[in-house]
Write a protein that binds this ligand. Structure first.
Ligand code: NI
Length: 254
């Protein structure tokens, strides 16, 4: 039994065969999926997909890439969705200083605005962070405090940043990119994360595992992330499945 804690089934990549993809997920032992919103349109679709499938839950959020084009109406809609059934998390939200698709100023404004709006709902946060470690932490400490319920999705920091995140109470999530040939540094980080704080995800349609690199990723491939964690930690696949499932249930309270 596995949980894919982060994927994007609302993307057009899945529009022709979502039923088949979901069936394959269940057949391969996926217990729950969290479909993560990355724009307001995506969030609307995310809530709909969760409503149509018992084993799918929704996270609501606006990705930092969207920061330049976000409207006041988007924020109002976001606020309205906080209490919808099956919404289990806020995300993905954060900062992306790697691609810089929106200006850093607007990314920070959006991140702060979403955190402030979501704060009263007290839902766990799914944080997207690329090359923005200190700004992420500073903003979280300012708006939420030094103890946070949430997950650093697709973790990409160093040992020092890992310690900061663990000290704040974060779960640390890894995608199938830990299977890549050039991911030695990331595998060293996996070693350092206590099992009680580790989550797995696909981020599908992105980041397909090494064997399928360049192709579309999908929830059933989360097992490749679990297998790699088992190999790195020197424990059984079953143990990784059990602990990461318990961790996800603890954080997202399914
Ligand atoms: Ni994502």
């Amino acid at each position: 039994m596995l949980i894919d804690t982060h994927c994007h089934l609302d993307f057009k990549d899945f529009k022709d065969d979502m039923g088949t993809v979901l069936k394959r997920s269940i057949d391969s032992g996926i217990r729950f999926i969290i479909n993560v919103g990355s724009s307001m349109e995506g969030t609307v679709r995310s809530i709909r997909i969760a409503g149509e499938n018992d084993f799918i839950y929704a996270a609501i959020g606006i990705h930092p890439h969207e920061a330049d084009s976000v409207t006041e109406n988007d924020i109002k809609l976001f606020a309205k969705f906080l209490n919808k059934p099956k919404v289990v998390a806020i995300g993905e939200i954060g900062l992306d200083y790697y691609k810089n698709i929106s200006s850093r100023e607007n990314q920070k404004k959006l991140f702060i605005r979403l955190l402030e709006t979501a704060k009263p709902a007290n839902l766990p946060l799914i944080i997207h962070n690329r090359d923005a470690h200190m700004d992420i932490i500073d903003i979280l400490k300012d708006v939420i405090g030094s103890s946070v319920s949430g997950v650093m999705h697709c973790f990409s920091g160093d040992e020092k940043f890992l310690k900061t995140c663990l000290d704040m109470g974060f779960f640390i999530s890894f995608t199938c990119n830990i299977t890549y040939k050039n991911s030695d540094k990331l595998r060293e980080i996996v070693k350092l994360v206590p099992m009680g704080r580790l989550l797995i995800e696909t981020d599908a349609p992105f980041l397909a595992p090494q064997d399928f690199r360049g192709k579309r990723n999908e929830p059933m491939y989360v097992k490749y992330a679990a297998e790699e964690v088992a190999r790195i930690k020197g424990i059984s696949f079953e143990k990784v499945a059990k602990i990461t499932t318990e961790n996800a249930i603890k954080l997202f309270k399914f």
